[in-house]
Design a protein around this ligand. Structure first.
Ligand code: ADP
Ligand code: MG
Ligand code: MG
Length: 210
């Protein structure tokens, strides 16, 4: 099992649509511990990204991901704009010259995405951010691929781990981002960025498992 260009484009379209459909949910989560705009920020970015993807869809994986990165950086705003922008930029750098993506490519993408987000936001796992969904997904994915399991199985395990990580953010105190201003009052609410990261991982999985 691998991801070809057609699946790649489908995954990008689906994840954009899912983010746009989740605008209210993400705004509501951000209302609890932030400034109510995470859904609006992400919807603005991915609406524009969808148009740009269509313009570069005949190009290689790296160019397409870089186009999304630039679009997110210039349109999303907030803390999440540069962070997701960096994530897509790091992903683009991980797939140079690739014509299909296999398990090892996704491991590399995860590793570069995580190091990029950490570098930019100085957050670690457990700080109640998007990393609390992405890092568990990476670990479950890598373990599965290294055990010789198929991409479909690894991707499902990554998605389950991302969901668990997202839910885990409800019980912890925010150390980074706007929610950290609330201190202990941030406990009891799921992190909006961990939720958008889960939505993205879940959409990619839905294309892989088809
Ligand atoms: P803002 O907080 O500027 O309004 P958004 O609401 O769009 O930006 O995004 C908030 C999300 O960004 C948080 O829920 C969190 O997951 C993520 N985030 C904030 N700061 C950081 C950081 N330093 N590192 C990683 N993720 C972060
Ligand atoms: Mg916000
Ligand atoms: Mg804001």
């Amino acid at each position: 099992m691998l991801m070809n260009k057609e699946m790649f484009l489908k995954a990008l379209e689906l994840l954009s649509d899912r983010i746009i459909d989740s605008k209210e949910l993400l705004n509501d989560l951000d209302t609890q511990i932030g400034d109510s705009d995470h859904g609006s920020n992400m919807t603005r970015g991915f609406t524009e990204a969808k148009k740009k993807i269509d313009m570069v869809k005949d190009k290689d994986f790296s160019t397409i991901l870089k186009t999304i990165a630039m679009t997110l950086i210039s349109t999303v705003g907030g803390a999440s704009g540069p962070l997701y922008g960096t994530a897509f930029l790091k992903a683009s750098m991980s797939v140079k010259d690739r014509e299909v993506l296999v398990g090892e490519d996704f491991i590399k993408i995860h590793e570069n995405v995580i190091s990029g987000i950490k570098q930019r936001g100085h957050a670690e796992r457990g700080h109640k951010t998007m990393l609390d969904a992405i890092i568990p997904a990476y670990e479950a994915f890598k373990e599965s691929i290294e055990a010789g399991e198929d991409l479909k199985i690894a991707s499902q395990k990554a998605t389950d781990a991302a969901k668990e990580g997202m839910e885990y953010t409800k019980g912890i105190k925010a150390i980074k981002g706007r929610a950290s201003f609330l201190g202990d009052r941030s406990i009891g609410h799921v992190d909006p960025g961990a939720t958008s990261s889960f939505i993205i991982i879940n959409a990619i999985n839905d294309v892989i498992k088809e």
